[in-house]
Structures are given as C-alpha cells and as structure tokens.
Design a protein around this ligand. Structure first.
Ligand code: GDP
Ligand code: IMO
Ligand code: MG
Length: 425
C-alpha cells in the first residue's frame, strides 16, 4: 500500500479539513505531518461546525485511527481544549488518536517569544498566528526542544525548567523591551503541566513503526497537510512563511515514511486566492472585488478570526506548487463563492518590467511584478447542483482552462462547506 497526501497549494485555508473529512471513509488512518495550532481546519457536519487545530480531520469518522506525527508541534494547553471539545460531542478520542513520541512541545514561553519577535519586526512583521510555532521549531532545529517522549522520562521536570529559564533569559535580555503579564505566564505554566499530565494518559508511541507496519499490512493512510505550499519554509514567500515543510516531502520527514511509499498527491486549491498575515500577494484585490469575495466566502481566519486578504486565482503560483508536490489530482474548493460574479479573472502570467513569465520569481514581492489576467464569464448559481455533468458550461470552461494551464486533472469540485456539497468526476 502507498500513502496518499492531501495538501494546500496556496496560502492555507484552501478547505483541506473539509476534503479530508469527505475522503476519510476510504482510509484506515489519517495522519498530520507538520504545523501545529496555527492550523485551523473546518469541518461542517450537518448542523455542527468544528475547527480542528492539532487533531487530524479524520476524527469524526468512527473507524479511523488519527495520528499526530513527529513533524507536528503540540501546545498541550490548546491540544487539551481541543480534546475536551471533541469529547463533548460524544467521541472517545483516546481510542482514535495516537501521538508520536517525537513530536515537539510548544511551551507557554514559545508564544511569548513569538509575540516579542513580531513586536521587534514592527511593520515587517510576518503576521504570525502567535501560537509559538516559529520559536518551537527553532528549538527543535537548535536541538533544545522537548518532545512528547520526554514527558515519560524521570528528568522531564528538570529539563522543562531548564528550557523555561532559557526562554525567560531571552525575554529579559534580547527581547528586553517586550512587556508580558508575569502572572498570566505563571498561571499558564501551571496549566501546561496539568495538560502534560493529561497527555501522559494518552497513547503515545513511535508512530513511524505503526505507520510503516500499517502500510505493510495493507492499510490505507491519508497524510493531511496544514498551511499551504506558498507558506513553506523553503519554497514559500520567505520570510512571510510558516516554520515547517508544508510540501509533499514534509510528509516523509514528518511521519517517517520513505519517498517510495507516496502514492497519490491530492492538491487542494480555492477557485480564487486568499492570504492571512503579511507578505506578497500578486493577485490581491484591494477593492470591492476583494471585499465581495471576503463577504461571500466568509474569509475570516479559522484560528485567529483575522480578515483574510482576497484576490483572483494565480496560475503561476499554482503551477509551481503542483511541480514541487508532484500533485496527481486537484480539488477545487469554494467554487460557489464566485457564483454571483458576472466576470471572473485568472492571472495567467506575470510581467516583471517588460519580461513576460509564468515562473514565480525569487522575490514574489518585487515592485515591478504585475499580474496579467484573462477574463471568464461567470457561471451563476451552482450550490444545489449535485453532479458534474449538470454544471453550467461557463464553469466547465473555467475548469478546462485551469486543467490545461497546469496539466493536472481537477477530480473534485466543492460547491459548499458541507460534506454533500462535493462533486466528483
Ligand atoms: P483549511 O485550513 O484548509 O482546512 O480551511 P479552513 O477551514 O481554514 O477554511 C475553509 C473555510 O471554507 C471553512 O470555513 C469551510 O467550512 C469553508 N468551505 C470549505 N469548502 C467550501 C466550499 O466549497 N464552499 C464554501 N462556501 N465554503 C467552503
Ligand atoms: P491552515 O492549516 C492560513 C500564516 C500566518 C502567517 C504565517 C506564519 O488552517 O491552512 P505562524 O503562526 O506559522 O508563525 O504564521 O503563516 N498561517 C496560516 N495561514 N492558514 C494556516 O493554516 C496558517 N498557518 C499559518 O497567518 O502569515
Ligand atoms: Mg485554516
């Protein structure tokens, strides 16, 4: 058996949570491989809407095992809140969730370091979700981090105190101007330890063995990406990126799987583009078009509630993400959001000065870069359409154009947030 990977091809929030939930019944295991509570994956199941941050989106399917892989960073406080929220829906989460011993921990001080780093950057700030992601991955690569496996060791408290003091020293020296609530930190430290005690009662193991054994015995695994390819630490619009490998290769590293184990790579993209946080966005519409997409698409962050920046679909960045990930099929999301537009635009290429290109330059934010658009006729109401064949010809034309431009078939078209608002070809 091979592992299928599902990931976002834009700046995150493409609708990955919905697609994982829809595809989950075909799989035995759903595994997250990177990111942490910066992610917000929304699932709408009947009247219930749920936003998952660290827990994989297979959790609402009874027969599925969910794995939090070694590449994920876990904040015990937000993780426990999430677990309690799911348990309140009557799901026995401990039976359906396994955590890698190699996943790193986010400390309360990581969040403060994140905030102080952003404060120091001023206008240049990344627009981080302030969940402590960057500092936690810095401690991981700097070989100072604490992992889930460490919480089971007798010297854990000592090692925790050591790292905590190190962070407090940084806050008192390098980040000296940064003010924080000392009492709140003390309360968070206490709560954090209580949550660690809770995690000690959960199933934690070397999940690389579990996953490889599962493949050998014919089980089907879906790896669920967080964020999107344009936020990748290497290939995103650096430094306005997250701190993990959001592309396909990240699934091998973040789960302990060999590249040869990878099967289908499902790329998820919106019929337009959004971005939350700072950084270049060539097709951004700072006008009534962007406002209209934002309002109809309810484009507000699932994690932070911030307004998402909105713009037209960008073929050069989509093409690049498809190449970097080896995408084998595409899912187009939020198609219904464009229903009421008479005219829809797509960026086919860029002009950089007088040079035409469909490649993404080193600096996507270079001032001489201009997006060049092709116009398409709007397709009208599609929300209640339940089969691909019944879609309006204008939308089929839009789909054909994208497929021809990027060279990969669009296999799923999403026309609403619910499970059944999904057309497959
Ligand atoms: P993720 O981070 O990629 O899982 O995406 P988010 O959950 O952050 O954002 C996607 C939002 O769009 C969520 O509120 C979904 O419920 C919603 N959504 C997903 N697919 C569709 C769709 O086809 N149409 C509409 N209107 N909303 C959708
Ligand atoms: P999902 O999985 C959209 C963005 C932040 C910021 C940058 C760095 O829901 O698609 P970080 O907190 O990682 O230091 O923030 O990345 N960002 C996301 N944007 N969706 C996400 O996740 C995101 N996770 C981080 O807004 O610009
Ligand atoms: Mg999201």
């Amino acid at each position: 058996m091979k592992v299928d990977i599902l990931l976002g091809l834009q700046w995150g929030d493409e609708g990955k949570g919905k697609v994982v939930d829809v595809l989950a019944p075909k799989y035995d295991i759903v595994a997250r491989f990177q990111g942490g509570p910066n992610a917000g994956h929304t699932l709408e199941i009947g009247t219930v809407k749920y936003v998952l941050h660290t827990i994989p989106s297979g959790i609402f399917n009874k027969n599925i095992l969910n794995v939090i892989g070694n590449g994920v960073v876990i904040d015990p406080i937000s993780f426990m809140e999430e677990v309690r929220g799911i348990e309140a829906l009557g799901i026995d989460i401990c039976q359906h969730l396994i955590i890698s011993t190699r996943a790193h921990l986010i400390l309360p001080t990581h969040r403060l370091l994140d905030a102080s780093s952003e404060a120091q950057k001023g206008h240049e700030k990344i627009g981080s979700t302030l969940k402590g992601i960057g500092p936690a991955y810095m401690d991981k690569t700097g070989r100072n981090g604490l992992r889930i496996g460490d919480i089971l060791e007798p010297d854990f408290d000592k090692r925790y105190q050591f790292l905590l003091e190190k962070h407090k020293h940084i806050l008192a020296t390098t980040a000296a101007g940064f003010q924080y609530d000392v009492e709140k930190l003390a309360a968070d430290e206490k709560k954090w330890m209580e949550c660690i005690n809770f995690i000690r009662t959960m199933k934690c193991m070397d999940t690389e063995y579990l996953l490889n054994d599962a493949l050998k015995s014919g089980k089907k695994i879906l790896a669920e990406g967080a964020q999107g390819s344009l936020l990748d630490i290497d290939f995103g619009s650096y430094p306005f990126v997250t701190s993990s490998s959001t592309t396909c290769a990240g699934a091998c590293i973040g789960l302990g799987l060999a590249p040869a184990a990878i099967g289908n790579v499902v790329g998820v993209f919106k019929a337009y583009c959004t971005r939350v946080g700072s950084g270049p966005f060539p097709t951004e519409q700072l006008n009534e078009i962007g406002d209209k997409i934002c309002t109809i698409g309810k484009e507000f962050g699932s994690t932070t509630g911030r307004r998402r920046r909105c713009g037209w679909l960008d073929i050069p960045t989509l093409k690049r993400a498809i190449i970097l990930n080896g995408v084998t099929c595409l899912n187009m999301m939020k198609t219904d959001v464009l229903n009421s537009f008479d005219e829809i635009e797509v960026c086919t290429h860029y002009m950089i000065g007088d040079k035409k290109t469909d490649q993404v330059p080193y600096d996507l934010g270079t001032p001489s870069l201009k997006a060049v658009y092709q116009k398409f006729k709007g397709w009208g109401e599609i929300t209640d359409i339940s089969s691909y064949d019944k879609l309006p010809e204008e939308l089929k034309e839009y789909i054909r154009f994208i497929e021809d431009a990027v060279g990969v078939p669009i296999k799923m078209i999403s026309v609403g947030p619910e499970r059944n608002q999904t057309l497959t070809r």
